[in-house]
Ligand binder design. Structure first.
Ligand SMILES: *Cc1c(COP(=O)(O)O)cnc(C)c1O
Length: 370
């Protein structure tokens, strides 16, 4: 049985939507991006949504809006996908990593205060695996120190924190639509904010620095080509129309896994915090107990044709972060422990219960051997 690590959930509706755009010959800066942005903003309950060509580009533009420049410090977790820290480097700032809560894998808000200096400008919490970070204490610290907060909500579309939607909790938030995310546009991302000035800035920055009143060859500021094309927007719109179904199917697959992982000694299912009033399943990540060697387990599964991976590999241990900033193993114990013991299993909304059963059967064997 071949089981992919992840898979998008594409139906005839998505295929028809993309084909319809191609038939119009209007492939960029057309009506679909406007329609997708409006529908996305309405779905989330925010004032402005600005489509971009990746989550990473969205995070980069958010750093510009937050005013990050040479040597400014941004507090963020190392236990994340690398883009949430790289975006700080793009503006020549310095990511300052704080350790995580070992249960949720999210930034531990009680460690933020000690990381603040006179150079600190912003905080980027990451909602890891689709579970919102503990935002209330984080927002209180940010308010007290006058810091910008940008949510990296790239893994958390549909999640809720104490009944409030992830992506609506701070100054701005960024979502991503790579094919393994809860909804996809192929490549793509969305910045959301209630700040009208920022929305205008994002519009200009993604479009080569043109302002609304600029002609095609007038550029008010340094900008980028971070635009989302019309096929991607149409695909996103079709996925957004199915979003409840997409999220529900992922929750069902997670429930199938949960039941079975509970029965395997040495493995623990994902921990869901009481503040998470709605989990949005992005990946399914288990943790290996003291007696189980995670890497041997990856190898065992691989031999049975089942992909799985260490998730995340801490950012501060990536070679160029170690070189440039001198981070070392030992600096962030909880992050490193998670990096050594967390294991992402194959996961998507189109997985069948039979596939989950097969993965868990091989896991049980692997644990007995590892
Ligand atoms: C997916 C993701 C991003 C953005 O990824 P892109 O591939 O650039 O769309 C950013 N941060 C996190 C935590 C992610 O998981």
């Amino acid at each position: 049985m071949h089981i992919p690590m992840s898979s998008p959930d594409i139906t005839a509706a998505e295929i028809a939507a993309v084909n319809a755009v191609l038939s119009t010959r209007w492939l960029s800066m057309g009506p679909k991006i406007d329609e997708f942005e409006q529908a996305f903003a309405a779905q989330l309950g925010v004032q402005h949504a600005i489509g971009v060509n990746s989550g990473t580009s969205g995070l980069h533009l958010a750093m510009i809006a937050a005013g990050i420049s040479d040597g400014d410090e941004v507090i963020t977790p190392s236990f994340s996908f690398i883009a949430s820290a790289n975006c700080v480097l793009y503006e020549r700032g310095r990511p300052v990593f704080v350790d995580i809560d070992p249960l949720t894998g999210n930034m531990d808000p009680s460690r933020i205060a000690e990381a603040i200096t006179e150079r600190t400008k912003a905080i980027i919490p990451v909602h890891a695996f689709g579970q919102p970070a503990d935002m209330d204490p984080l927002l209180a610290i940010a308010r007290a120190h006058n810091l910008c907060v940008i949510e990296d909500a790239c893994e958390a579309f549909g999640a809720e924190y104490k009944g409030r939607r992830a992506g609506t909790l701070a100054d701005a938030a960024v979502f991503a639509f790579y094919p393994n995310k809860q909804m996809t546009t192929g490549e793509g991302g969305m910045i959301v904010t209630d700040n009208a000035a920022w929305a205008g800035l994002f519009n200009s920055l993604r479009n080569q620095g043109r302002d609304v009143f600029d002609g095609w060859l007038n550029h008010t500021r340094l900008g980028y080509n971070y635009r989302m094309d019309e096929m991607s927007a149409a695909l996103g719109l079709a996925q957004l129309k199915r979003i409840e179904e997409l999220l529900q199917k992922r929750a069902q697959v997670a429930a199938w896994y949960n039941e079975r992982i509970d029965e395997i000694p040495g493995l623990e299912k994902p921990y869901i915090a009481p503040t998470t009033t709605q989990m949005s399943w992005f990946v399914y990540v288990i943790r290996c107990g003291a007696g189980v060697d995670r890497n041997s387990l990856i190898e065992h599964l691989g031999e049975q044709g089942i992909p799985s991976r260490a998730y995340f590999t801490p950012i501060h241990l990536q070679p160029f972060y170690q070189q440039q900033f001198g981070w070392r193993r030992g600096d962030l114990p909880h992050t490193e422990q998670a990096g050594d013991t967390f294991l992402a299993l194959p996961f998507s909304g189109v997985m069948t219960e039979e596939q989950v059963e097969y993965v868990c059967e091989k896991l049980r064997e692997g644990v007995a051997q590892a």
